[in-house]
Structures are given as structure tokens and as C-alpha cells.
Design a binder for this molecule. Structure first.
Ligand code: FAD
Length: 397
């Protein structure tokens, strides 16, 4: 299926994460001309682990012809363990729960997608959109560095704090729904000598997880702490590190050691765990895809799967509508809405149960997990169900 001549063709995508290049992949294939603009100077490799789970995610990778390539990037991480303050392994967390069917490092996946789409896609790095003027026949776009340009359509694939969303639909506060906790992520040396595994330590109102990566040569650290929305300077990493250090003061296990490593981590990242909730993901000639439109937070483990499914549906509906964005955008919304709601519900439930509020509920939860082993499989089953809860339309190829 390709679009007929005379229909909208040029599409600007903001963001070369997962959703952006995945969208470019399909747009090229359907005969559109995508341009991707990314504010970072290049695609960064590595990062935290993201996963694909269930037949829907895998079907999209299959239809892209990239499943084998993604599998070759697999982290190979096995089961994780919940540990106590002395590091004793108490509860097993099955690999399927933490890593789905295929787990890869986010940056490796982004690089693969960019490389797979380089032919037929114009990539512009180190630049960003500053203004969008949506007209009757086209969209005028202004950039931080480049000269202004005109496109037929613009798509925001620029993540949880999307610039395209802010310019088109209003400020972040209107669309980000805080889930009551903050997430911290950084890379560290594998000081715990983990062998293809991860360890999780939970205390009232805080959780720390460490897993090995890159054949155990490195570790990734994730920390969660309960708090209302926090106001801080998003460019001031020193201030953010002190917020995290304060939140984990007095924590046991290896946490003091990990906080020391946080001080020098090159990729320290603090953000709120939030859902992106919107009544519509499109307006005029502008659309949102992936975290920008329906971020499900890292708690759902569903962000990358949603990004590739969303990109596939958006491009295919546009092509099916022969480039008529009014029809294509509406079908995109109709096809995905309940699927997205299910994935976001998973994150809300995880947020509610993830951090015990006091020592009593922490001990009770641990006791139940140890004595009712079937509980260990429940999160993976629920995630699998949510990830599979859509019948993908059969689009002509
Ligand atoms: C700590 C953490 C853990 C996670 N764990 C998981 C997990 O286990 N499983 C899972 O599936 N997902 C996980 N996720 C989520 C996952 O990374 C994203 O949901 C997924 O990558 C969605 O892709 P995206 O392309 O929509 O957004 P992103 O991957 O965020 O990509 C957005 C891109 O846009 C660029 N950009 C941003 N602003 C601009 C701008 N103004 N102009 C141009 N470019 C811009 C960014 O640099 C980035 O390259 C996790 C996220 C975090 C933070």
C-alpha cells in the first residue's frame, strides 16, 4: 500500500527515541517523506532496559522485519531477587516480570531503529522545534538552529515532556498525572558483582533496584521514592542529587554505597512517575505518538511496546486514508484508545502497591510473597494481558 500523488507527504517527527524512528520506518514504507529532528547531538547508546512482551509487541517487530535484530540485542538478564538489609535473597522475581519476552537497553534499540530507517529518512540532530503554526494546507515550523520549514504534518515523538505537546496542547501540568512517586536512574560499575541478575530492596516509601548489564561489565540502578510532585530546577543536577540523597537517608542494604556512586554517575536522571493523560492525541495537522501522547511511566514496563504499536497504527491509518490526516488521525485514536487505557491502568496499580507505606505493610507484603508463591507470577501475567489487549488491524502491506 502506498499513498497516491497529490496527498500529504512530508511529515516532521520530533524525537529520535523509540516512537520517532519506528514511525519513520512505516512512513517511508508507505511512501511518505519523514524528517526526524532530535535535540540530542546523536543517538545515545545504552541506558536502562526496556522490554517487549506478548504477541502484539512481537507481531509489530515481526512486521517490521526487525525481531531477530532486536533479539540479538537482548540483555540476557535472568530472574531478579528481592533482598533484605543483609542482602539475603528472599523472593524470586521471574525474568518474564522484569524483562518481558525480549529485554534490550533503550539506547541500543533506538540506535537499531535509526540505522534501519536512515535510507529514506532525513535525520537532523542537535536541534529542536520552537514554534508550530498549523495552517489550512500545511504546518510552518521554526527551529532553534535551522531555518524555518513547511511540512504537511507534524508528529511529536519527543517523550514524556514533549515540546510538540506543550506547543500544541498546553503546558505539561495539564497532561502529566503524578503517580505519587519519583524515579531515579543511573549507570554504575557492577560493584555488587551481579551475574545476569537484578536485586531489589524495599523499605517503607522507597525501593532500590540494581541489575547488571552489558555482560555484567556495568550495572543499572533504579530508585523509587514516594513523594508529592517536587519543584526543582530541571537543569540543576546537584540539587536533584541532594533531593534523592535526602529521600534515601538512613536506608539499609547497599543503598549508601549506591548513593556514593550516584554522585559521579554520568547519566543520572530524576523524574516523577507520571502518566500522560490526554482526551485527544491529535489536533489539526499535528499528532502525538509514544510517551508524548500516552506515556505509561516506567512502572508499566510498557513504554517501548506502546511506542512501536502506536507508531505502526498511526502510519498505517494515515496510509489507509491515502494521507487524509482527518480520517487517519481519527482512526488512530479509535484503534488505540482502550489499549492505552489498559496499559496505563497497569502503571496506576503498580504505583499503588509498589511502595509499602510503613514497616508493618512491608513485612506483610514480604510474608505473603514468600508463602504464596503464585503471587510472584501475577505481575507478569497482568502485564502480558494488558500488552496483548488489542487486535491489530490487518493493514495491506
Ligand atoms: C527509569 C525508566 C525506566 C523505564 N523502564 C522501562 C521498561 O522497563 N520497559 C519499557 O518498555 N519502558 C520503560 N521505560 C520507558 C521507555 O523508555 C519509554 O517509554 C519508551 O522509550 C517510549 O519511547 P518514546 O520514543 O515515546 O520516548 P523516549 O524514549 O523518551 O524518546 C523521546 C526522544 O525525544 C527527544 N526529545 C525530547 N525533547 C525533544 C525536543 N524538544 N526536540 C527534539 N527531540 C526531543 C529525546 O531526546 C528522545 O530521544 C522506562 C523509562 C524510564 C525513565
Amino acid at each position: 500500500m502506498t499513498i497516491s500523488s497529490g496527498r500529504p507527504r512530508t511529515i516532521l517527527i520530533s524525537g529520535a527515541g523509540i516512537a520517532g524512528p519506528a514511525l519513520a520506518y512505516w512512513l517511508r514504507r508507505y511512501g511518505f517523506t519523514p524528517t526526524v529532528i532530535e535535540r540530542a547531538p546523536s543517538v545515545r547508546g545504552g541506558g536502562h532496559a526496556v522490554d517487549f512482551r506478548g504477541p502484539v509487541h512481537l507481531a509489530v517487530l515481526d512486521r517490521m522485519g526487525l525481531r531477530d535484530a532486536v533479539e540479538r540485542l537482548s540483555t540476557g538478564t535472568g530472574d531478579w531477587w528481592q533482598v533484605d538489609t543483609r542482602g539475603r535473597r528472599l523472593v524470586r522475581m521471574p525474568a518474564e516480570q522484569t524483562g518481558g519476552d525480549i529485554e534490550v537497553l533503550r539506547g541500543d534499540l533506538a540506535r537499531l531503529l535509526v540505522e534501519a530507517t536512515q535510507d529514506g529518512t532525513e535525520y537532523i540532530f542537535d536541534d529542536s522545534i520552537t514554534e508550530i503554526a498549523d495552517g489550512t494546507d500545511s504546518v510552518q515550523v521554526t527551529f532553534e538552529r535551522g531555518t524555518p520549514r513547511t511540512f504537511d504534518l507534524v508528529v511529536g515523538a519527543d517523550g514524556q515532556r514533549s515540546r510538540v505537546r506543550a506547543l500544541t496542547f498546553g503546558p505539561d501540568e495539564t497532561h502529566l498525572k503524578h503517580l505519587g512517586l519519583h524515579t531515579v536512574f543511573f549507570t554504575a560499575p557492577n560493584v555488587l558483582e551481579l551475574d545476569h541478575t537484578g536485586l531489589v530492596h524495599i523499605e517503607p516509601n522507597r525501593l532500590v533496584a540494581v541489575y547488571s548489564a552489558r555482560g555484567d561489565t556495568e550495572a543499572r540502578v533504579m530508585m523509587y521514592f514516594g513523594s508529592p510532585p517536587l519543584a526543582y530546577d530541571r537543569d540543576d543536577l546537584a540539587e536533584q542529587r541532594s533531593i534523592v540523597a535526602r529521600a534515601f537517608t538512613g536506608a539499609g542494604w547497599q543503598v549508601p554505597r549506591l548513593l556514593e556512586l550516584m554522585a559521579t554517575a554520568p547519566d543520572f536522571h530524576l523524574d516523577s512517575a507520571s502518566l500522560v493523560k490526554m482526551h485527544a492525541w491529535t489536533r489539526g495537522r499535528i499528532a502525538l505518538v509514544g510517551d508524548a501522547g500516552y506515556g505509561a511511566s516506567s512502572l508499566s514496563g510498557m513504554g517501548s511496546g506502546l511506542a512501536v504499536v502506536g507508531a505502526y497504527v498511526l502510519a498505517s491509518e494515515l496510509a489507509t486514508a491515502q494521507g487524509d490526516h482527518r480520517i487517519g488521525f481519527q482512526r488512530y485514536e479509535d484503534t488505540l484508545r482502550s489499549y492505552v487505557d489498559g496499559c496505563q491502568k497497569l502503571a496506576r496499580n503498580a504505583a499503588a502497591f509498589m511502595l509499602p507505606s510503613n514497616r508493618f505493610t512491608a513485612a506483610l507484603s514480604l510474608r505473603m510473597q514468600r508463602h504464596l508463591p503464585f503471587l510472584a507470577d501475577m505481575p507478569a501475567k497482568m502485564a502480558h494481558r494488558a500488552a496483548s489487549a488489542i487486535t491489530l488491524p490487518t493493514y495491506p502491506s
